[in-house]
Design a protein around this ligand. Structure first.
Ligand code: SIN
Length: 277
């Protein structure tokens, strides 16, 4: 792809690119917006370094891509900015957000299109990287019979598994979000097929016996963990990662306890996953 208003440097052939030549604190012109959008579609996750953004500027950047999402269960919203999630770990933490491979809030009926994490503080001795996986590649490298099997399946994604069980967040009235989604989804922009199950939220495959569902999901999760599908981003203070939840999963490394790490995430609303065969 040719870019005129930004510089795009790929991190790996499979996924991830670092973008330079743009200051996200200022409103984006139409061409620059379009090129950033194209770079996201091409690379699934894009990174920007050395950005100085207020919470309002962070939200304004997110809003160029769609309406902002408010997290259904996390207590970590920033005061006065319900659309901003605090991503924080320190010596008191019992868990951190995103320690398992996942696509954000896939338990919702319309899971988010993308997430924009702005990292402000990092542990002193390194660590705290984020890993990203190409879920098109995960689907495309399954054998044809397993692709066909997966294309006929729907899975349950249940917020209670994460927010209720592991994290113990207080449920909102009406409980935690829970939804059924195709195991393989068609990306609404690229038209490509991506595997759409994850260890955080996917609890079972509809219509299969429990041992069958558990075995198939475990096989798919392990397949998604193939290192060749991944890139690993080493954060620097004031870097931003913007990932497409429809085509990528991510995994936050918590290898820096008891040190602290602090970031803020804006999440852009998405639409209902579908499969076009
Ligand atoms: C998340 O899942 O949004 C957290 C990612 C990270 O902290 O690297």
């Amino acid at each position: 792809m040719e870019y005129e208003t930004i510089v795009v440097r790929k991190l790996t052939p499979a996924i991830g690119a670092e973008i330079s030549g743009v200051d996200l604190a200022h409103p984006l012109g139409n061409q620059q917006f379009q090129e950033i959008h194209d770079a996201l579609m091409e690379n699934l996750v894009i990174f920007f370094r050395d950005q100085e953004l207020t919470h309002d500027q962070h939200k304004a950047f997110g809003r160029r891509f769609g309406e902002l999402h408010i997290h259904p269960s996390s207590p970590g919203a920033v005061a006065g900015h319900p659309e901003i999630l605090t991503i924080k770990a320190d010596a008191e933490s019992k868990y951190v957000a995103g320690e398992e491979w996942h696509s954000d809030v896939s338990c919702e009926a319309e899971p988010p299109l993308g997430s924009i994490l702005y990292m402000r503080r990092l542990p002193p001795d390194g660590g705290g990287n984020t890993l990203f996986a190409n879920m098109y590649r995960a689907f495309e490298t399954l054998s044809a019979p397993i692709q066909r099997l997966c294309e006929g399946l729907v899975a349950v994604h249940d917020g209670a598994q994460v927010y209720g069980g592991r994290f113990g967040h207080a449920a909102k009235e009406g409980g935690f979000p829970r939804a059924e989604h195709p195991v393989v989804r068609t990306h609404p922009v690229t038209g490509r097929k991506a595997l759409f199950v994850n260890r955080n939220f996917t609890t079972r495959i509809v219509g299969l016996r429990k041992p069958e569902s558990d075995a198939l999901l475990e096989m798919l999760y392990r397949h998604c963990e193939t290192p060749e599908f991944h890139c690993r981003f080493a954060w620097t203070p004031n870097a931003i990662a913007f990932w497409d939840n429809r085509a990528a999963m991510h995994h936050a490394m918590w290898d820096y306890f008891p040190h602290s790490r602090l970031g803020y995430r804006v999440t852009v609303k998405g639409d209902r996953p579908f499969l076009r065969t």
